[in-house]
Design a protein around this ligand. Sequence first.
Ligand code: UDX
Length: 458
Amino acid sequence: MIILIVGSGYVGLVTGACFAEKGHQVICLDIDQEKIKLLNAGNVPFYEPGLEELVHKNMEQKRLTFTSNYEEALAKASLCFIAVATPSLSDGSCDLTYYWSALSQIGQLMHQEMVIVNKSTLPMGTSKQAKNHLQLILNKRKKKTPFHLVSNPEFLREGSAIQDSMYPDRIVLGVEHAHPEKILKGLYLPFIKDGSQMLIMDPASAELSKYAANAMLATRVSFMNEMAALCEANGGNIHHVKTSMSKDPRIGKFYLDAGIGFGGSCLPKDIRALKAMIAQSLDRPSLLLEAVDQINIQQRHDFKEKVLSYFAKKGGIAQKTIAIWGLSFKPNTDDLREAPSLYLIEQLLNQKAFLRLYDPVALPKVKALLPSQDDICFCQDPYDAAQGADAILLLTEWAEFREVNLDKIRQLMHDFAFFDGRNLFRNDPMAEIGFNYFGIGINSQDHELSEMSEASHS
Ligand code: UDX
């Protein structure tokens, strides 16, 4: 069986490489010819640990090929995954332009029985509409070619995409017929430990499963960020609150880390799309998701205000040098979509600060986004970024930041503020080194201690 994957972004490329790794013949298609050129030359156009090696290996073994040609690909494949982007429209609802275009191409050019699998994140009811859409195209072509549509949302995370795809915690199949169910169960069997991970349901439930999971994760993060704000206002410590909550097995320990807020290509987009779905289907706004979204936006704003109010006592932030550690929306990726760093960079430049930026992998993408200007310096490592800085803003919890010599960092700085947007460090050891440390959700008494410690070091 030859598998066609339409869309060679994070989801499509990772899925294709993992199927190839299990021995299947896989064709990855993308309408972006530059991307296909890069992939054919063995270059993965984004950073994802382990992906380039997996792609090379399967290209060498002739199981993985790349093309922009639908006709050629559909002549060979009988199983086709659609993994194109479904970004947000300006009202927050899901933009299905790429999806309908891919489906139409398939309908126009398919000529053998097909199982078509929706991997893209799609609003509830899309599979049903897609079935009618495809049938209309085939009717116009006067073709009686049989096809099946399956909803199979993807749950992989950037930064651990290969691991998540090779060892998924669940496979969701929204399927209406035994034939496609059998094909997909056979395909996924080598990826799972036991049958309970294979979840068979109707397509609409499968579609909602993806949105519901991401919305729940986002809700947990925003909830903790609200608790963190309470800690800051009333003298508490979010680390203690989290530890206490996570001992309750009904709550668990994941997605309870307060910070500068969630970003990336999924959580912000999916809660907005779900909000739009709720408004459209139920004719009322989603009060819960509105709050989740607003708290997330507020979080980066509050962080900026914290930095500005620190410098307000020191003559303002204009002309001060601010180091930013971490630019990608999370570690182990160079993805900048909805990254809090982009907001902070814009706001601090507006305030006339000088910025020294460092990220282990995302710098080239940041350089491509920002015009070259005198008030930004792109740095080689965390030490370089800290040179002469009045403050460090840690925005992404890259593992390498844990390894830096913080004494040395402090010596390189001009002033000693450290705003930890990911709570990577703890107040007391940072204060001992001589930093004026500000975490997220750390009580005001701790701040006073760190200010005292600064005085004793200077
Ligand atoms: C998410 C889902 O986890 C994945 O299942 C889905 O397929 C795609 O969307 P991803 O966007 O790669 O994956 O990132 P994830 O690791 O979930 O993190 C999302 C954001 O939440 C990041 O900005 C992260 O920093 C933030 N986050 C996460 C927190 O602020 N606190 C936490 O406790 C966890």
